[in-house]
Design a protein around this ligand. Structure first.
Ligand code: TGC
Ligand code: FAD
Length: 407
């Protein structure tokens, strides 16, 4: 009898307020530590104060709020899993996921700024760099004094980065770098770029390229309908002399950038659900308030179906994220496991944004609500860090042992 749940507990219903504030239908909070909850609530407060009031204006104006870089540094959003001695947060992967979730609840473009800096710039310098490189770059990147970017994709090599043509030659006392990267988040404002390029023997290496090096430019990409508050551009290398001390010495080959992508894709799996939660919360609220045919639209079965399906997918994705986070903490998560979560969660977030937009009727297309912004942002998120179909092929390869990428 002692272990039987009381009737009160057994039948406890989540209140409307619970579901409004942050849908947690399966009590995932019970799986989090007090520190996790504290980190989540402090990032949520930050987003409410520093991002949400301004994000529609920034996105409409296609404005990257550069001052957010320092603020992210102050709240520990850059490199949460990097050890404290290098300026990082020394936190676990659940904390990292919660930080990405809360930032993306505000905006995917803002999360891009943070996840590129942490997973794609600080991570390779920490993992593949030497002590001198770690102490020179990591504290400045962690604090937001410097902004970084990650150059893998090229104009003719997106899903197939192994085909890259950007290259460097050993000139004795320096390397000479030539080529171009495209679709690079943060690039127009970046102080440093981690760039992946081939040596004379076609082996891929990471190089740290700094703004101001002769022949290095970062033209901005204009006209995006997506991630409009994030800045995106190219990296152009025209005979750039890179000091030999800037080569990341501890790993080479395509596996090195792909390891960085494992970390970033994990963060995206959490982030996308933050955007989905924001859409769900807006739709739930609107359905309760908007009256048609003399009743709140939330009383119609078809609207309830949409809301119930949104909550179902958010709940499944939360559980997926938590379990994946525990495997990341144990160092046991595999690339296909990360692909499954990135692919699933971004796709369900995109569908939730579209359904939430429909619940808002005409109002859903305006900047008074976050739906169209999230929806358009998620159209990039479903493509970058490996497209939806590339992640399916990674899973297919894992299931059958037969790669179907072509080539
Ligand atoms: P494949 O033959 O499978 O692998 C090449 C070598 O890499 C090794 N490897 C890994 N090593 C460590 N960790 C991993 N996760 C690894 N995955 C693979 C592999 O063992 C092999 O090693 P070796 O020694 O045999 O050479 O490579 P492939 O050329 O067949 O390509 C596979 C494919 C298509 C899955 C991969 O290239 C891929 O993931 N393509 C998608 C590209 C992508 O995701 N690009 C993202 C660019 S960055 C970005 O989008 C940032 S957006 C940021 C934001 O704003 O938030
Ligand atoms: P492609 O590879 O040309 O793919 C086009 C279509 O073909 C897709 O639907 C794809 O799934 C499909 N396809 C390709 N190959 C296959 C196949 N074998 N089988 C079946 N279908 C296939 N990159 C960086 O390096 N750093 C960044 O910071 C960065 N930030 C980005 C920010 C934004 C806003 C965007 C949009 C992209 C960013 N990217 C970045 C690039 C991103 O990773 C690529 O866009 C992505 O990997 C896809 O490459 P692609 O656009 O060249 O498309």
């Amino acid at each position: 009898m002692a272990n039987t749940p009381s009737r009160e507990n057994k039948y406890r219903k989540q209140t409307k307020q619970d579901l409004f504030e942050h849908p947690d239908f399966y009590c995932v909070d019970d799986l989090l530590t007090d520190e996790h909850k504290l980190i989540r609530s402090s990032i949520r407060e930050f987003v409410k104060r520093e991002i949400s009031p301004y994000i529609e204006e920034w996105a409409q104006a296609s404005h990257f709020p550069y001052e957010i870089v320092r603020k992210f540094g102050e709240i520990g959003a850059f490199g949460p899993t990097i050890p404290i001695e290098y300026g990082g947060g020394g936190l676990d992967y659940i904390s990292y996921g919660l930080i990405m979730q809360e930032i993306e609840r505000g905006d995917s473009g803002m999360r891009s700024t943070a996840s590129v800096q942490g997973s794609l710039v600080m991570y390779p310098i920490y993992k593949f760099g030497n002590e001198e490189q770690r102490t020179k770059y990591l504290p400045r990147l962690a604090s937001g004094e410097w902004l970084g970017c990650f150059g893998l994709t090229e104009p003719d090599h997106g899903s197939n980065p192994g085909g890259m043509v950007t290259n460097f030659r050993d000139m004795g006392d320096h390397y000479l770098l030539n080529g171009a990267k495209m679709w690079i988040s943060n690039s127009p404002k970046a102080d440093v770029a981690v760039v992946w390029a081939k040596d004379e023997s076609q082996r891929i290496h990471g190089l740290i390229v700094e703004r101001g090096m002769e022949g290095f430019s970062t033209p901005e990409t204009h006209g995006k309908w997506s991630l409009r508050a994030s800045t995106t551009g190219e990296l152009v290398f025209d005979n750039v002399k890179v000091p030999k001390a800037n080569l990341l010495p501890n790993k080479s080959g395509l596996g090195a950038p792909l390891m960085c992508l494992d970390s970033a894709r994990y963060g995206i799996a959490w982030g996308a659900i933050g955007a989905a939660m924001d859409c769900y919360e807006s739709a739930r609220r609107y359905a309760a308030e908007r009256v048609q045919f003399g009743k709140p639209i939330g009383s119609f079965q078809l609207v309830q179906k949409k809301l119930a399906e949104m909550l179902t997918e958010i709940t499944k994705a939360q559980l997926l994220n938590w379990r994946l986070g525990m495997m990341m903490n144990a160092g046991k998560a595999t690339t296909p496991q990360i692909s499954l979560a990135k692919r699933n969660n971004v796709q369900v977030a995109l569908e939730i944004a579209r359904e939430a937009r429909q619940i808002h009727g005409g109002m859903g297309i305006t900047g008074e609500y976050p739906l169209m912004r999230h929806m358009m942002n998620l159209e990039s998120v479903v493509t970058y860090e490996g497209t939806h179909d590339i992640h399916l092929l990674i899973l297919g390869n894992n299931i059958t042992g037969i790669p179907a990428f072509g080539g």
